[in-house]
Design a binder for this molecule. Structure first.
Ligand SMILES: Cc1ncc(COP(=O)(O)O)c(C=O)c1O
Length: 327
């Protein structure tokens, strides 16, 4: 795997720390398992989170191609959109965000707080699209307008989950393996949320054994998440080398998605509260909250054992958009 061949910019200090959650272990009364977190929420730029790893490669490619405007898509409370705006600002590019009202919420917290507040603060131009719009097509249409105006846009779809974006998590896999060697630990399971698939796909493409990665889908239904993650993992492997992955190499759990993307579940609310009250750590309600609920279920029910790593992916501005769910 040669990641050095790809243009990349530095957006955070690596490696992000790995920490053990002994108070949650005690609260669960664990004996055959230890729980660790990888703090990908601890990045200084724009509030931090997993999307900065993808943006290191995406903006690296955009800048190498001479682009001056980063155009991307997402839900109204997209963390990827917020971090695209922050990273573009840092690199001196304009950001245009094509945001769809995917989640049926019209309260002020959802419409205006959290990531929405920050998108504006970072100076992005925000376009709101009605539910059901093909956001990527709208992004390409916007890029044509920008090109006609003499600008040079770089377009990437939701979550930054192109093969180039997924390189960020292939690199993270390498980082985790180096930390395992330092800590004298080997994680039997590396757990993470799965939205647009790039985080799981990149980890699976870059790690020594892809079956160590287990994600919890929060957006697509299980079969679609499995299909999309495998396809993206193999497109990423096509860039960095390595044999093609098989369907059995991609492990995804569909039990935590609930009614739909962005709709709270009781298990998510309990997981966010436990993390806050036992460890003083924040996880977001849309992605890591649901994924961590799955990790807690696995530890309680005993199907997650040994040393388990949960990748904390940031997204905590989303908590402010979900104030009604927590009150
Ligand atoms: C905070 C957070 N965690 C996890 C994810 C999931 O990552 P991916 O879209 O690569 O599956 C996202 C995606 O938007 C996110 O914002």
């Amino acid at each position: 795997m040669n990641l050095d061949a790809f243009p990349r910019i530095a957006l955070f200090d690596a490696p992000t720390p790995i920490q053990r959650l002994e108070r949650i272990e005690a609260a669960l009364g664990l004996s055959g398992a230890r729980l660790f977190v990888k703090r990908d929420d601890l990045m200084g730029l724009g509030g931090g989170g997993n999307k900065l790893r993808k943006l290191e490669f995406l903006l690296g490619a955009a800048i190498e191609q001479g682009c001056d405007t980063f155009v991307t898509t997402g839900a109204r409370q997209s963390n990827h959109a917020r971090l695209s705006a922050a990273a573009a600002a840092r690199m001196g590019l304009a950001a245009e965000l094509m945001l769809t009202d995917t989640v049926p919420r019209e309260d002020p917290a959802y419409l205006h707080n959290g990531n929405q507040l920050l998108d504006g603060l970072f100076g992005a131009t925000v376009h709101h699209l009605p539910r059901g719009t093909d956001a990527l097509a709208a992004a390409h249409a916007r890029a044509e307008v920008l090109t006609a105006e003499g600008r040079k846009p770089y377009v990437v779809g939701s979550g930054g989950s192109s093969p180039v974006g997924a390189l960020g998590y292939a690199s993270c896999a390498r980082e985790i393996q180096a930390q395992e060697a330092e800590l004298g630990v080997r994680f039997g399971t590396v757990t993470v949320a799965n939205g647009s698939h790039g985080t799981h796909a990149g980890l699976a493409a870059g790690i020594d054994d892809p079956r160590r990665v287990l994600s919890f889908t929060v957006l697509a239904e299980l079969a679609e998440a499995e299909r999309g993650t495998l396809a993206l993992a193999n497109e990423t492997r096509a860039l960095i080398g390595g044999t093609a992955l098989e369907a059995e190499d991609i492990r995804i759990d569909g039990s935590q998605r609930g009614e739909a993307y962005g709709i709270p579940t009781e298990a998510m609310l309990a997981a966010v509260r436990l993390m806050a009250r036992a460890e003083g750590l924040l996880i977001d309600p849309v992605y890591s909250g649901k994924a961590f609920a799955g990790v807690l279920a696995g530890l309680r029910e005993g199907w997650l054992r040994g040393d388990v790593l949960f990748v904390m992916t940031g997204g905590t501005p989303g908590l402010y958009a979900y104030q009604p769910a927590f009150s």
